[in-house]
Ligand binder design. Structure first.
Ligand code: ZN
Length: 162
């Protein structure tokens, strides 16, 4: 495993898999990451990405475009802030990029607990396709938590292309 520091982003590379944690901001240049990943299919885990701004997003889009020219890209455990940003871009709508799982802010109607559970997008593919968030169990009381935001903020990437 190789560890890289790109701006305020920590990257762990092992084979065709990269794990990103930190900030996608003005300091980040992801061109290097594209060259460090092997050609072919790759997987990127962004669960630890806590901040994204417009410059970081531009770098992220460039990285995904470059990688998709070389093979399939699977995004794993996409962090909630990155999900919201990706949903703002039409380029990522309609299943254009494969998202295996993601984090989203949920709220429990029973006890008021807020959480960002990991949603398995493969298991829940059918409901996500209809822009509905699958209920997730509350870590506090066990009741079904609901998405705390408009479905469009998180789920536009799964809806069929209009
Ligand atoms: Zn609860």
């Amino acid at each position: 495993m190789t560890t890289l520091r790109i701006g305020r982003l920590d990257v762990q590379l092992s084979g065709a898999r990269a794990v990103l944690a930190g900030r996608l901001d003005d300091m980040v240049q992801l061109g290097e990451l594209a060259t460090r990943l092997p050609p072919g299919d790759v997987a990127i885990d962004t669960a630890g990405v806590t901040f994204v701004n417009s410059i970081g997003m531009r770098e992220w889009v460039r990285l995904l475009r470059a990688l998709r020219e070389r093979g399939a890209v699977t995004l794993e455990a996409v962090s909630d802030v990155l999900m919201v940003q990706m949903n703002l871009l039409a380029e990522f709508h309609g299943g254009a990029v494969r998202i295996a799982s993601f984090h989203a802010v949920y709220l429990c109607p029973g006890c008021g607990r807020e959480a960002t559970p990991l949603v398995d997008a493969v298991v829940h593919a059918a409901v996500l396709h209809q822009m509905r968030a699958p209920p997730m169990p509350c870590p506090e009381c066990g009741k079904a938590m609901e998405l705390a935001d408009f479905p469009e903020r998180y789920l536009g990437v799964f809806a069929p292309r209009a």
